[in-house]
Design a protein around this ligand. Structure first.
Ligand SMILES: [Zn+2]
Length: 62
């Protein structure tokens, strides 16, 4: 189990790492959260968010 989650922006490719403890609602197998936009790329529309495991496989948010 990792203690941090990588936040990846699919638009500018920027990556940030944050402590998993900050968001206990995220399942343990989630290693990366890929956003269609980060805060810097935000153009006012809602972005989408995808959860990926350590192998890059999408994790269901259901
Ligand atoms: Zn971005």
């Amino acid at each position: 189990m990792t203690t941090s989650i990588t936040l990846h922006c699919e638009k500018c490719k920027r990556e940030q790492v944050y402590a998993r403890e900050a968001d206990p609602g995220i399942p343990e197998m989630v290693a990366t959260i890929a956003f269609s936009r980060c805060d810097r790329c935000d153009d006012g529309d809602f972005g989408t968010e995808r959860w990926l495991d350590a192998n890059g496989k999408e994790v269901s948010q259901a």
